[in-house]
Design a protein around this ligand. Structure first.
Ligand code: BGC
Length: 743
């Protein structure tokens, strides 16, 4: 690769890396936190600084520096931090797709120059849960290539090699889950010359927006718990960092721990973080005022417990949300304060989990790109933010993790050595579902073109996955994960064979649809589709014992028109019998409201939406959620459950936002990219009003309704270049072009 001609992967000299307890200061040496799988006591903790100085005798016409790392890096040219993304080179399927970044640095160059790369282990070198000891590399390594072009056409290259010097930086320890130790007073400690190393990774240019610091949340309150912790409350669960301005003497120590919640007694609660310590330790580097913030790590938290040595005063504390720099595209507001809070919680779910890859959660020792979660949330995400680059980049990781036999592992980026290859229905199907979500929202059919081959390979896998070609029987599925309708939420009621076969049909249908859009011959696939539907109906039509089962029948096109009314009635009755509780998980919850509202039971959908008893959407808010939880019943009238799946920041139940936009709000694209859309609102008195603003490729759509005693008022703005098909309750359909309307 031209950018890296002359450049070699380099890492720390062995003596430095193996300096044992010198390298892993603080945490492991002090014995305070010894996390198991996530934090093997090896050289991952080291945060080296690679340095190279060089002289210029002539000013170049152009100077481009390209950099990447096995780990994370910050680039400094003559002391100036050049990359403003906080997590370069990003997180992708490293062996097959490792991003590099290029910087124009001419303006920073002088006669004497220094290039510095501060590098931490990040995701690449961490033992992420279940994903092996090291996700990608057992050593932090960097690769840098500077190309200097002169006026006379000469080119000069300076690459990373053994002439670079390595220092131990003032960041004494860094880990994605565990946090960091930063000794602000420490001078870089020389470790020796860099050592050339081998690294098997295919380099690619940057594909998505950089991760940056985004919203800043002020401190809401500060208190001391009965266990004696001094706790800062930022009022909102989020992922990011606590930034402190403190005053104290050089050498004083301050420790910040992070938690999502307090326990029932109001004490700092960290058990649901499992082995993630989420702990920052700072040693002040000077007398007086210092700014403290993490560098290569994020935490999921609402609360921070601060343990500061005597004499340290906190002058200011802020929580800063950190995530991928996507543009906001959708805003929803509602006359019902609880629903408004629900939307806000979902927004914060997204902000907390769209950091480089769509993660399940941002706080515990997991934070992985689980496909099922990312798939069911994709339509909601695409409403809130412009996620086309973000998801497309991640889809490439999904596709590159695809197995030889076409199966798709449940997480991406995937670590080949570690996590078991589980191909689960509703997770693997991200490969068919998400490209369609992107195509529908952004109108770019190249996304279908790109992933069509992976879809076909996946269909091949499905054909061979079970004992018969037309059904997906057996296998290792998560099912309607965390539905509270069975004895064990990790093994809920709905038949896994049924879910898997319904998803088989769904994915096959989406593949046919993609094929047609792309002008492919889909005859064989269509014939298979018909056989799958027939086989499904023969075997599973009678399975109607759960929200998920009935919702799949109703929403995945598995029923004939004349069979829908009965299934919808059964579902509505079931919801009624269960006191409008949400007895559905990853499979059922995203479609149950649609199953009701599209089949004559909008009122029941609203009952379910507005229910506040646990388990329900609003039940989470009633018990203090500021982001939706992984398990709907983590807190209830009996207090908090001590359970394994107790993340308070999972977005899968946030898929409800899709129904608020498409069902309650009535807005849905009819042509790719929203050049035409349908508006079929479902006004509801209990909500009062609903307003939606949606930026799409053709412009801004605004749609709203409000219910008053005098009746329902509707308002719609259709942007230039778009057309709306309007279906108001009790009226014939009609069309409107660009303009603003009231009805
Ligand atoms: C994750 C989920 C994920 C699941 C697989 C969990 O540990 O947090 O969100 O989809 O595993 O069932």
């Amino acid at each position: 690769m031209k950018e890296f001609e002359n450049a070699k992967w380099i890492c720390c000299p062995a003596e430095g890396a193996d300096a044992g307890e010198g390298v892993l200061t603080g945490r492991l040496a002090s014995g305070e936190v010894v996390a198991t799988v996530c934090n093997p006591p090896d050289r991952n903790g080291l945060v080296p600084l690679f340095r190279r100085s060089f002289r210029l005798t002539e000013k170049p016409k152009e100077a481009i520096l390209s950099v990447t790392a096995a780990g994370l890096y910050r680039l400094f040219v003559n002391g100036v931090n050049v990359n403003y993304s906080l997590f370069d080179p990003g997180w992708t399927d490293y062996p097959k797709r490792l991003q590099y970044q290029s910087y124009r640095i001419k303006g920073l160059l002088k006669d004497n120059n220094t290039l510095e790369l501060l590098a931490a282990g990040g995701w690449a070198c961490a033992g992420l849960l279940g994903a092996g000891t090291h996700f990608f590399s057992d050593r932090i390594a960097v690769l840098a290539g500077l190309t200097l072009r002169y006026a006379d056409g000469r080119e000069e290259r300076i690459g990373s090699d053994e002439s670079w010097e390595v220092f131990r930086s003032r960041i004494r320890f860094s880990h994605i889950y565990q946090g960091e130790d930063i000794d602000l007073g420490a001078e870089p400690e020389y470790l020796g010359h860099a050592v050339e190393t081998e690294l098997d990774a295919k380099l690619i240019p940057q594909e998505k927006e950089p991760v940056t610091a985004r919203e800043i949340l002020p401190l809401r309150r500060e208190f001391v718990t009965s266990e004696g912790d001094r706790v800062l409350d930022f009022g909102q669960n989020l992922a990011g960092r606590v930034c402190l301005t403190v005053k104290g003497r050089k050498g004083a120590r301050i420790i910040v721990r992070h938690a999502e919640t307090l326990d029932e007694k109001g004490n700092f609660y960290v058990k649901n973080l499992r082995t993630a310590a989420q702990r920052m330790e700072y040693v002040l580097g000077k007398d007086g005022v210092s700014e403290l913030k993490p560098v290569f790590t994020v935490q999921g938290f609402r609360y921070a417990a601060v343990d500061a040595e005597e004499g340290i005063g906190i002058l200011k504390a802020e929580a800063v949300a950190v995530y991928t720099g996507m543009k906001r595209t959708g805003v929803i507001s509602c006359g019902n304060e609880k629903i408004e809070r629900l939307c806000d919680a979902v927004l914060w779910n997204l902000r907390s989990n769209f950091l480089e890859v769509p993660t399940d959660c941002p706080q515990r020792d997991e934070r992985l790109g689980w496909l099922g979660d990312a798939e069911v949330f994709a339509p909601s995400a695409a409403f809130l933010y412009d996620v086309k680059n973000f998801y497309r980049c991640w889809l490439r990781d999904v596709a590159s993790g695809q197995r030889e036999d076409g199966g798709i592992p449940a997480i991406a980026p995937y670590n080949r050595a570690g996590y078991p290859f589980r191909v689960s229905a509703a997770w693997a199907d991200a490969i068919t579902v998400v490209p369609h979500v992107l195509h529908e929202n952004y109108g770019d059919r190249s996304v279908l073109e790109e992933f069509y081959p992976s879809m076909l390979r996946y269909v091949d896998y499905l054909k061979n996955a079970g004992p018969v070609e037309e059904l997906w029987l057996g296998g290792n599925h998560y099912g309607d994960w965390l539905a509270l309708d069975g004895l064990d939420p990790r093994n809920p009621k709905t038949s896994k064979d049924m879910i898997a076969s319904a998803y088989y049909y769904h994915s096959l249908e989406l593949t046919v649809c993609a094929g047609k859009i792309l002008g492919k011959d889909t005859a064989e696939l269509e014939a298979l589709l018909a056989r799958v539907r027939k086989a499904f109906r023969e075997r599973f039509l009678g399975m109607r014992d759960s929200y998920a089962a009935l919702s799949l029948l109703l929403c995945f096109g598995l029923l004939e028109e004349n069979e829908k009314a009965e299934a919808a009635r059964e579902l509505a009755d079931m919801v009624e019998r269960n006191g409008n509780r949400l007895l559905a998980g990853v499979v059922g919850a995203p479609i149950v409201l649609q199953a009701l509202s599209e089949n004559g039971y909008a009122n029941k959908a609203y009952d379910l939406l507005l229910e506040e008893g646990v388990p329900s959407w609003l039940g989470m808010l009633r018990y203090g959620a500021t982001t939706l939880w992984e398990r709907l019943d983590t807190f209830d009238e009996n207090g908090m459950k001590d359970i394994r799946n107790a993340s308070l920041n999972h977005y899968m139940f946030g898929s409800v936002l899709q129904w608020l936009v498409e069902g309650a709000g009535g807005l849905k694209a009819e042509a790719p990219g929203w050049s035409s859309f349908v508006w079929k609102p479902l006004p509801e008195k209990r909500l009062g009003s609903l307003r939606i603003r949606k930026d799409c490729p053709s412009g801004r759509i605004e749609a709203g309704w409000s219910v008053t005693d005098g009746g329902v008022r509707y308002a719609l703005t259709v942007p230039d270049g778009a057309k709306a098909r309007i279906l108001l309750p009790g009226k014939e359909a009609f069309f409107r072009g660009p303009g603003s309307y009231e009805f």
